[in-house]
Design a protein around this ligand. Structure first.
Ligand code: ZN
Length: 167
């Protein structure tokens, strides 16, 4: 048996400068923002308000100190919805509707940004859940998936056999 030759070592890359911020943008690209990393924390928000505001099963946010958050482009394109009843404000892109920031009066030094706006690491994993009792029964929670015959690229969750009585 011949020993496999090891590939020559590649020259050492220059040391990466520590990623100091994470950049995000809305769908249309009009608004760009950034936060210093690491973010303060990251969390999944299952509350009905965030579910509706995002039009999604739940919202995942990274929380940043306001002082570490910057709108770098498109500030004029941002519109806000202020909910006086809950003391919250949600900013979104007026052109494409992408949610951009969620602020709460009771945490005035923080701003929460949808995790999905960032392509790169934010320095925090979303390990926390708020209002988990509101998790919808249609939300995907990682059940096994199988290819759907006749629809390339589509997978589906096979109906579950009921082993236990419904809760
Ligand atoms: Zn936009």
């Amino acid at each position: 048996m011949r020993a496999q030759l090891k590939k020559p070592l590649r020259p050492a890359k220059p040391p990466k400068s520590p990623a100091e911020c994470a950049q995000g943008q809305c769908l249309c690209g009009a608004v760009r923002l950034e936060i210093d990393v690491p973010a303060r924390w990251a969390w999944h928000d299952h509350s009905p308000a965030s579910r509706r505001a995002h039009g999604a099963a739940y919202a995942t946010y990274v929380g940043s100190y306001r002082s570490r958050f910057r709108i770098t482009e498109g500030a004029d394109e941002i519109t806000r919805f202020v909910d006086q009843g809950t003391g919250t404000a949600r900013s979104f892109c007026a052109r494409c509707g992408t949610p951009l920031a969620y602020e709460r009066a009771r945490a005035p030094t923080m701003v929460n940004i949808p995790r999905a706006l960032f392509d790169t690491r934010t320095g925090r994993e979303p390990r926390y859940h708020i209002a988990i009792d509101e998790l919808r029964d249609w939300a995907y929670t990682g059940a096994p998936l199988a290819p759907l015959k006749g629809f390339p690229g589509v997978v589906w969750e096979r109906p579950r056999r009921k082993k236990r009585p419904e809760r």
